[in-house]
Unconditional design. Structure first.
Length: 169
C-alpha cells in the first residue's frame, strides 16, 4: 500500500511539473501580451496628445478666421457696396464662403479623429483588462500546481520514511 502511494506521488510530480511549465509558458505569453498592449496604449496616448495639440492649433486658426468673418458686413449687399470693384466684392464673398466651409470641414475632421482615437483607447483598455484577468487566473493556477507538487513531494517523502510493514510470522 505504501509503495502504491509512493509510486502515485512520484507519478504525480512529473505531471504537475508539466502542468507547471505549461502554466509558466502561458504566464510568460500573457506577460508579453500585457507589455505589448501597454506599449500600444502608450503610443496611442502620444497620438492623442499630438492630436489634441493639433486641435488646439486648428481652433486658434478658426478663432482668427471667425474674427475675420465677424468684422465682415452681415449682408452681401453691404459687402458689395463697400468693395471698390465688383471683382473685389466677389473675391471677398468667395473667401468668406470658403472660410466657412473650411471651418466646418476642419471641425468635422478633428472631431472624427478624436473619436477614433478614443475608440481605440477604449478597445486597448478592454484588452488590457482581459489580459490582466488572464494573468490573475494563471497566477492562481500556478500557485495551485506548486502547492499540489509540494504536497505530492511531501507524501512521497513520508512514504519513503515509513518503514515497510513486517511480514506476518
Amino acid at each position: 500500500m505504501v509503495l502504491a502511494l509512493a509510486s502515485l506521488a512520484v507519478a504525480a510530480v512529473p505531471a504537475a511539473a508539466d502542468d507547471e511549465s505549461n502554466v509558466r509558458g502561458r504566464l510568460a505569453t500573457v506577460a508579453d501580451q500585457l507589455a505589448a498592449n501597454q506599449q500600444a496604449i502608450d503610443r496611442l496616448q502620444s497620438q492623442i496628445a499630438d492630436r489634441e495639440q493639433r486641435i488646439e492649433r486648428e481652433r486658434a486658426q478658426l478663432r482668427v478666421l471667425a474674427r475675420a468673418i465677424y468684422i465682415q458686413p452681415d449682408s452681401a449687399l453691404v459687402l458689395v457696396a463697400q468693395s471698390p470693384t465688383l471683382g473685389d466684392a466677389m473675391t471677398r464673398l468667395n473667401d468668406l464662403a470658403s472660410a466657412g466651409d473650411r471651418a466646418r470641414s476642419t471641425k468635422a475632421a478633428l472631431d472624427r479623429d478624436l473619436y477614433q482615437l478614443q475608440a481605440q483607447r477604449l478597445e486597448l483598455d478592454a484588452r488590457q483588462a482581459d489580459l490582466e484577468q488572464q494573468k490573475t487566473e494563471l497566477d492562481a493556477e500556478y500557485a495551485r500546481l506548486v502547492a499540489q507538487a509540494q504536497a505530492a513531494a511531501e507524501a512521497a517523502a513520508r512514504a519513503a520514511a515509513t518503514p515497510p510493514p513486517a511480514p506476518p510470522p
